[in-house]
Each structure stands twice: as structure tokens, then as C-alpha cells.
Design a binder for this molecule. Structure first.
Ligand code: ADP
Length: 366
């Protein structure tokens, strides 16, 4: 492991010169690099300049106490191992130090062997912790990149297959036996679901790294509502549904990341169309209040069972109810919407009585 290829660095803080010198002699003899400080203030300064792997801290020193040094170390980097060095009279503070995160304590006077033993064990602990931390970070990096990588790599070939299938469905190169028609349509539908999922995963991973707050710019509420209604109408018409817009956005402007917010709102309206009853109505409503704006999307579908309502905003949640779970979906639409709304310091909520549709409301600060 690369961390072990350099000699471990030990910082000893002690106001007693003899103690410092003997620490220096012994620790360097055992192959460690050593820094020394005669008080807590200098010790903390040295620690920040050149972070050590392990610190030997005298508990009783004039000026900053050993316990205060310990608190400073924990705040700076909790993986630095602290061994408190103490006289008999301060046993209680050694116990306190352990409670506050010291790794061990060494009562004075101690033998070279005792020092060697505690330093060896402490360093072992430090390296294990660093290793575990590195593995955790590596895992998080891999998880974050994996979805993006896989989705990117899969998207182009799938889009190509989709186009090829389109040629066949349209029978552009000549007629196809009728029995294949339905199979082709099913293949296209499944492929579209897959492409939709990939896009949702990509949107999700982009959200994790994007700076919505930085892209916020004044945008007319009326413009958001019009864009939302237009796209919803397209989807609704295709499904034989009607879209109604209620409320007056007036001249209100909101500081938002327009594209991302619209995508979040589309997730709500396309759910409303997807889960609506046949021929149902989708209502978009805007309400302007002194300090906030409420935008709600309602449908006339079966609604959301009360037991499921607390979970619908979770990643990958999909209904267990038989009439809903056959609809295509990723279970990511609402969780993306919630992230986007939260990044705008807003809130999203749902109201639904089974059998009477669902209403999703996004509240944004003005
Ligand atoms: P998806 O629609 O892709 O499954 P979402 O995150 O958008 O994922 O929604 C999660 C779940 O919440 C859906 O699977 C569905 O069970 C429920 N849901 C969302 N919107 C509605 C709605 N308008 N009516 C009924 N159920 C809904």
C-alpha cells in the first residue's frame, strides 16, 4: 500500500525536554520520522503544517492542555491516532481523553518497549482506518461513475437498434409478413422503456454533480407554465386526455434553473397522463402567495394508496398495486423531481385519496 511506503511520521508534544529527546532517539531508532513540539500551540501548528500519522501528547502542559490538543486533532483529522502521555496524578483525565477519542494512554514513567508497543498498535490502527477510508471513497467513486458510464455506452447502440427497427416497422424496404408486425411493435416499446430508463439514470447522476443553485436566473412564472402546458398537451392528446390550466401567474419572476426545473415538472405531468383514467383530465394550477408560488398537477386516475405515499419519492420506488405496476417506468421520476425542487429550496408534496386521482404540489420560494 502506498501509504506505508513512506516512513510513518510521529509528532511528540511534551513540555519536558528530556522526554522529548528520548522520544526522538527511540522513535527514530525504530525507523519513524519524528517531529517535536514543546507546547500544545506549537504542536497543533506543526500538525497542520505536516500532518502526522500518530501523536504522543502530554496531558499536563502549561498553556493549551493535552485535552485541548486532542480536540484540535480530532477536528483537523480524526484518523490521526493520539496517544496521551500521563503522570499518575492525571489518570482521571486520561480516562476523559479516551472518552474524547484518544486511542490509548501511556502512564509515565514508561519503558521503551511499552512505547514501541503502543506506537506500533496505534499505527496499525491508523493504516487500517486510512485503507478503509480509501476503499469507501473508491467505492463511492465507482458507484457514481458506473451508472453514467454504462448508460452512456449503452445509449448509442440502443438508439441505433431503435432506428433500424423503425425502418422495419415502417416496412420501408418492402413488406414484412403481418405476423411480425405485432412483435416489432412490442420490441420497439420495450426498447423505448430501456432508453427511457437510461435517460433517467443519466439525469439522476448529472443531478448529483450539477450546480443548480449556480444556474438559477430570473424566469417568468408564466413562461414556465406555458412550456409545461404545451408539452403536457402533446402527451395528453396522444392519450386522449384533456389539459386544463388554472390560476394566474401574473408578472411573477422566480430565480430558477429553467431547464432542470421544467424537466422535474414534466416528470409530474407525464405521471399524471400515464396514471390517469382513460379520457381523464390533467389540471395544472398555479397559486401565487406573498412569499411562495404553488404549482400543482392533478389527475383523475386511481390515486396513490395511503400506505405507499411516504415512499413514492424514494429512488426506484414503484407501486405494488396491480393496476399501476404494469405501466412502464423507472421509479426515478419523483425522486429526481424532489431533488430538483429541494435544490431550489422548495418543497414537493402529494395529496391523494384512492380512487380520486392524485395532486402533486411544488412550492417554490419567491
Ligand atoms: P415511475 O412513474 O417511473 O414508476 P416515479 O418516481 O415517477 O416513477 O413514480 C413512483 C411511483 O409513484 C409510481 O410507480 C406510481 O406508483 C406512483 N405515482 C406517481 N405519480 C402517480 C400518479 N399521478 N398517480 C398514481 N400513482 C402515481
Amino acid at each position: 500500500m502506498p501509504l506505508r511506503s513512506v516512513k510513518p511520521l510521529i509528532l511528540a508534544i511534551d513540555d519536558d525536554e528530556v522526554a522529548r529527546e528520548s522520544a526522538q532517539v527511540l522513535l527514530s531508532r525504530w525507523g519513524y520520522r519524528v517531529n517535536l513540539a514543546e507546547n500544545g500551540e506549537k504542536g497543533l501548528h506543526l500538525m497542520r503544517q505536516n500532518p502526522p500519522d500518530l501523536m504522543l501528547v502530554d496531558l499536563q502542559m502549561p498553556g493549551i492542555s493535552g485535552l485541548e490538543v486532542l480536540a484540535g486533532v480530532r477536528e483537523f483529522d480524526p484518523t490521526i491516532v493520539c496517544v496521551m502521555v500521563t503522570g499518575h496524578a492525571t489518570l482521571q483525565s486520561a480516562v476523559d481523553a479516551m472518552k474524547q477519542g484518544a486511542y490509548d494512554f501511556l502512564p509515565k514513567p514508561f519503558s521503551p518497549d511499552e512505547l514501541k508497543h503502543v506506537v506500533g498498535r496505534g499505527l496499525e490502527r491508523r493504516f487500517l482506518e486510512l485503507e478503509a477510508k480509501e476503499l469507501r471513497e473508491e467505492k463511492a467513486r465507482m458507484e457514481a461513475n458506473f451508472v453514467t458510464l454504462v448508460s452512456h455506452q449503452m445509449r448509442s447502440p440502443l438508439a441505433a437498434v431503435r432506428q433500424l427497427l423503425e425502418v422495419m416497422v415502417k416496412q420501408s424496404l418492402g413488406p414484412m409478413p403481418p405476423a411480425y408486425g405485432e412483435l416489432m411493435d412490442r420490441a420497439v416499446a420495450r426498447l423505448d422503456e430501456l432508453l427511457h430508463s437510461l435517460n433517467a439514470w443519466l439525469a439522476m447522476s448529472r443531478l448529483a454533480e450539477s450546480g443548480i443553485a449556480e444556474r438559477r436566473a430570473p424566469t417568468a412564472l408564466a413562461d414556465i407554465l406555458t412550456a409545461l402546458a404545451q408539452r403536457t398537451r402533446l402527451e395528453a392528446q396522444a392519450a386522449g386526455q384533456e389539459v386544463v390550466v388554472e390560476g394566474d401567474p401574473g408578472e411573477v419572476e422566480l430565480a430558477v434553473d429553467r431547464e432542470t426545473l421544467l424537466e422535474a415538472l414534466y416528470n409530474l405531468t407525464s405521471n399524471a397522463v400515464k396514471y390517469n383514467r382513460p379520457g381523464g383530465k390533467v389540471t395544472l394550477e398555479v397559486r401565487v402567495h406573498p412569499y411562495q408560488v404553488d404549482l400543482s398537477v392533478s389527475d383523475q386516475g386511481p390515486g396513490i394508496p395511503e400506505a405507499e405515499q411516504p415512499f413514492i419519492f424514494n429512488d426506484f420506488f414503484r407501486s405494488k398495486s396491480p393496476e399501476l405496476k404494469n405501466k412502464p417506468g423507472t421509479g426515478l421520476g419523483l425522486s429526481i423531481a424532489r431533488r430538483v425542487v429541494k435544490a431550489h429550496r422548495g418543497d414537493i408534496s402529494v395529496r391523494s385519496q384512492p380512487g380520486q386521482g392524485a395532486t402533486f404540489t411544488v412550492s417554490l420560494p419567491r
